[in-house]
Design a protein around this ligand. Structure first.
Ligand SMILES: NC(=O)c1ccc[n+]([C@@H]2O[C@H](COP(=O)([O-])OP(=O)(O)OC[C@H]3O[C@@H](n4cnc5c(N)ncnc54)[C@H](O)[C@@H]3O)[C@@H](O)[C@H]2O)c1
Length: 436
């Protein structure tokens, strides 16, 4: 393929050199003449292991050239990668100044091009930037329509500086947001040699995945540092602790828990997080990450309350009371907190949980009577009864029965789903997912 790469900084120079190595004919474009001169002289414009040698090889084999002339690069290639910078502004927003400039140039060049062209952004941009800035500007300056007259995609780069060539050529996953089918096919072809998971998705999701990944990386680093500080103070090797913890792949290093949903609770997580913070306080170690986790958990209960009270209904049926389905463990269940706050606000609440009952025939009834007498009186044994007698239903656990409510829900029902039991209910009633 003939590829132009706009912006030859860290991402652009690696993308240009590695794409050339993969057999594409590449034109690298930068407004900074010194970077263009460097590439054409076979020298990397940035410090990156192995990059100068790769650029020298690709330039000498005529697969890679560089220019300041954006228009020529567009006319001579089929696909453009946008790799310009999106630095922080004082407001914390990102600056799209370089993006704006390059999209204007691309749009103007496309005006005089007859062949189809595809624009693929590799820069990191907040969700909505592709639609509101990139597409809008290119359409405006070209007079063409995105998705039909020219292709559009976003293919976020996940390389790490210092190992950029390896990361580019050995991605562990491909994330590609595509506006149109032709762009999807081009991205499939550009990524066909990689043996990894590939996700060809919509543009906004792809934009967000990149931010989600970087926020996650940053969270991991600060979490590990905070644990390290505490370990040092306790004369424990934090490296050993995190190494051992990371060796567990069912819960610790896995997809488990990585689903938006309701607050955590139960007999372990809140208790142990509190205890760890207490221990740190006694060592004079501040724990901003652990503190924020507790705060975020409380906020999630606030959000659920807002969704429930926002419906305007006074009769609320809570489906689930224990902290998760299949257990009668009520210790620190966030659903108990939710029920108590609703009752406190004067809502008429009834509760169903197959594992928790106030009826004397069930083994745990004494515990409920003793620990939560105010809730025991509003626990019922029939799901149908809760559904019939409530205007808002709150799905609180992943009980199989709660995933099949479709037949019983009335159009006038509001369903507040805290566990993503059935988003399909949105077609049948007023459905509110807590974070979707
Ligand atoms: N650096 C990384 O490790 C990394 C990794 C993944 C994603 N990203 C993202 O990729 C993007 C680029 O990052 P970077 O670190 O390579 O940036 P950079 O600042 O190193 O490079 C940007 C380049 O774009 C050039 N440029 C600016 N305006 C131009 C224009 N109108 N026409 C042509 N060239 C122009 C600049 O001269 C510069 O060479 C950013 O959005 C960044 O967030 C960076």
């Amino acid at each position: 393929m003939r590829i132009s790469v706009f912006g030859i900084g860290y991402v652009g120079s690696v993308s240009a050199a590695c794409s050339a190595q993969q057999g594409h004919s590449v034109v690298a474009v930068d407004s900074d003449e010194s970077k263009v001169t460097a590439i054409n002289a076979g020298v990397a414009p940035i410090v990156e292991a192995g990059l100068s040698a790769l650029i020298a090889e690709q330039v000498s084999e005529n697969r890679l050239t560089a220019t300041v002339k954006a228009r020529n690069a567009i006319l001579e290639t089929d696909v453009s990668y946008i790799c310009v910078g999106t630095p922080s502004l004082e407001t914390d927003d990102i600056s799209l100044k370089q993006i704006t400039h390059v999209c204007t140039e691309i749009g103007e060049a496309l005006r005089s091009k007859n062949e189809h062209h595809t624009i693929i952004t590799r820069s990191t941009m907040l969700p909505g930037s592709m639609e509101n800035v990139v597409i809008r500007l290119i359409e405006k300056h070209s007079g063409l329509t995105a998705g039909t007259d020219f292709g559009v995609g976003i293919y976020p780069e996940f390389l790490r500086e210092g190992q950029a060539i390896f990361d580019f050529t050995h991605p562990s996953t491909i994330v590609a947001g595509c506006l149109d089918d032709q762009t999807k096919e081009i991205l499939r072809s550009l990524t066909s040699q990689y043996d990894c998971e590939k996700h060809y998705i919509d543009i906004r999701t792809a934009e967000m995945v990149k931010y989600c990944a970087n926020a996650w990386h940053a969270s991991k680093i600060s979490f590990a540092n905070e644990i390290g500080w505490l370990c040092k103070k306790l004369e424990i090797d934090g490296h050993k602790v995190l190494d051992v913890m990371c060796s567990e792949t069912r819960l610790n290093m896995s997809r488990h828990y990585m689903r938006p949903g309701f607050a955590f609770g139960g007999s372990c997580l809140p208790k142990d997080l509190r205890a760890l913070r207490h221990k740190a306080r006694h060592q004079d170690i501040s724990t901003p990450v652990l503190d924020a986790i507790m705060l975020a958990n409380e906020r999630q209960i606030d959000r659920a309350i807002k969704l429930i009270t926002g419906s305007g209904n006074r009769r609320v049926g809570l489906l689930g009371l224990a902290f998760k389905a299949g257990t009668d463990d009520l210790r620190e269940s966030p659903l108990v907190a939710l029920a108590e706050r609703l009752i406190g606000k004067g809502y008429e609440v009834i509760i169903y949980d197959r594992a928790v009952s106030a009826s004397p025939s069930k083994g745990n009834s004494r515990a409920v009577d003793r620990v939560l007498p105010h809730l025991a009186s509003i626990l019922v044994d029939e799901l149908d009864h809760v559904i019939d007698c409530s205007d808002t239903l709150v799905v609180g656990t992943e009980d199989e029965d709660f995933k099949n409510l479709n037949g019983q829900i009335r159009p006038e029902h509001t369903v507040v789903d805290l566990v993503r039991a059935d988003p399909g209910l949105s077609e049948r009633c007023n459905y509110q997912g807590i974070c979707w």
